[in-house]
Design a protein around this ligand. Structure first.
Ligand code: 5GP
Ligand code: ZN
Length: 113
């Protein structure tokens, strides 16, 4: 998608600090981290949000969660715990309309909505 920020990060038009990359998925460090570890995991295919997923994406989603587990373990969060979040739409505060998993950890996280 031409005007999508995360598609521009995938293409390299906008630089990012990469944590993981393969043919299906890119993971990079959030520019405004909310915790000591804050990584975004995105599909290279443009999908607007979780609301646009179908069963065709089951394998991709499983892969995204596998990458999240791998990165969490590499960052030493597998024992302490971490949060995986995907915001959908305006009420959730989704600011970039390209599906992404936030991997957040490294401190005790609060939950206030
Ligand atoms: P959302 O609010 O859509 O759930 O999450 C979007 C995330 O993307 C935010 O946490 C924001 O800090 C991050 N973000 C926005 N622009 C950039 C950017 O140019 N580079 C990186 N690395 N992260 C970004
Ligand atoms: Zn996109």
């Amino acid at each position: 998608m031409n005007d999508c920020l995360f598609c521009k990060i995938i293409s390299g038009d906008i630089p990012s600090n990469k944590a993981y990359e393969d043919e299906k998925v890119l993971a990079f460090y959030d520019i405004a981290p909310q915790a000591p570890v804050h990584i975004l995991i995105i599909p290279k295919e443009h999908i607007g949000s979780a609301q646009e997923l179908s069963t065709d994406n089951n394998e991709l989603l499983g892969h995204m969660f596998a990458i999240a587990r791998k990165l969490a373990s590499e960052k030493g969060l597998d024992c302490s715990g971490y949060r995986l979040v995907t915001n959908v739409g305006d009420d959730a505060g989704q600011s970039v309309k390209h599906l992404h998993l936030h991997l957040i950890g490294g401190k005790t996280l609060k939950w206030d909505n």
